[in-house]
Ligand binder design. Structure first.
Ligand SMILES: [Zn+2]
Ligand SMILES: [Zn+2]
Length: 382
């Protein structure tokens, strides 16, 4: 019943792939989606969370409701796939498979409009700016769940680490909280041959990096988990000057707000201590930009039950340390984030790699999973 939808859906997916747009700039993408949804006769709301779209499909008489979410944005990466439908926008690329998410959710809408094997309301959320800019947060802030109430919300992500055909999720944490820290160590700058007169921000930055790498090992209980990575150091411009300023940038990933507090506090204290020891001043900017993605236990079980009707359902043994702004939707509504395996037998390219491409072989499975979630949660009274 779904197979006849696939050929045009794959063509649609590849068209979106060829015309990628960055967060909050998804004008063409959103326009094409809205046009398709209107053709289906759905009630379509544009401009929800800037470039986001909500479509509403009602059937029957029950007051029950469900939300399904797909993200629409691409990444600032130069594509290197050499595919015939490769990006036509230099430096912008669907390297996270959101083109596939859009196509799968549209396919679910197409199928549900004609099958109508449910009783209640389905909300289709096409969200902007997942890649770091908080498009989901924007939609929630604009009253998404007040305007379009949902008993459950589900978000699907293509997952190259799992084989095609496998669908995985878990109760509780599934994706990490993402924080960014930026530190500026400031001295005076001076001659490299007279270090006794110049506080050395380069030496202090080395101490900082080494101390930071002890935080998780020494301050976080072994049974908890966290990642801290220093990813940038900027300082100096020539061999005979001790620079006045060195900047250190990095990220912290956690699942537990208590662990997050301990790490932020340690970063601030170590920075203050190292700066004092080296006669420097320090400024710390610590930004908690995405919270952890925490699945509701019942919703995760619902997802696994629905998954088992269409593919191989797997209870994921552990969460991933990458982050996801679907977290903001799960803070506002019970639901679950689900991984749709898309690994290829010849080996998989990781997400955000310039050679990545959504695997069209799982497009039908993604449509079926969306449909199964709806038909299960909004089952007609027998
Ligand atoms: Zn991504
Ligand atoms: Zn993604």
């Amino acid at each position: 019943m779904i197979d006849d939808l696939l050929e045009p859906l794959i063509a649609f997916r590849r068209d979106i792939h060829q015309h990628p747009e960055l967060g909050f700039c998804e004008h063409r993408t959103a326009g094409r989606i809205a046009e398709q949804l209107r053709t289906l006769g759905l009630e379509v709301h544009e401009g929800v969370g800037r470039t986001g779209i909500v479509a509403v499909l009602r059937n029957g008489t029950s007051g029950r409701s469900i939300g399904l979410r797909a993200d629409m944005d691409a990444l600032p990466i130069h594509e290197q796939t050499n595919l015939p439908y490769a990006s036509r926008t230099d430096g912008t690329f669907h390297g996270c498979g959101h083109d596939g998410h859009v196509a799968m959710l549209l396919g679910a809408a197409q199928h549900l409009v004609r099958s109508r094997n449910f009783d209640g309301t389905v909300h289709f959320f096409f969200q902007p700016a997942e890649e770091g800019q908080g498009g989901a947060r924007e939609m929630v802030k604009e009253g998404l769940f007040d305007r379009f109430p949902c008993e459950r919300v589900f978000g699907l992500h293509n997952w190259p680490d799992l084989p095609a055909g496998t669908i995985a999720t878990r109760p509780g944490p599934i994706m990490g909280a993402a924080d960014k820290f930026e530190i500026a160590l400031e001295g005076r700058g001076g001659h490299a041959a007279i270090p006794q007169d110049t506080p050395d921000a380069i030496l202090a930055s080395a101490a900082l990096v080494s101390q930071f790498n002890s935080i998780v090992a020494r301050r976080i209980p072994a049974a908890k988990s966290a990642v801290l990575s220093v990813t940038q150091i900027h300082g100096g411009h020539t061999h005979n000057v001790i620079p006045a300023v060195v900047k250190i940038v990095g990220t912290v990933r956690t699942f537990d707000p208590v662990v997050q507090d301990v790490i932020e506090d340690a970063i601030r204290k170590i920075t203050a201590g190292v700066a004092l020891a080296h006669d420097l001043t320090a400024a710390v900017d610590y930004d908690r930009y995405y919270p952890a993605t925490i699945n509701d236990a019942e919703a995760a079980q619902e997802a696994l039950t629905a998954a088992a009707t269409v593919g191989h359902a797997l209870l994921a043994p552990e969460p991933a340390f990458t982050s996801e702004d679907f977290a903001f939707m799960l803070q506002a509504c019970k639901g679950a984030y689900i991984w749709l395996g898309q690994g290829r037998p010849e080996g998989s390219v990781p997400l955000h790699n310039p050679h990545y491409d959504f695997n069209d072989d799982v497009l039908g499975l993604g449509v079926r999973l969306h449909v199964a979630l709806v038909e299960q949660h909004l089952a007609r009274a027998s």
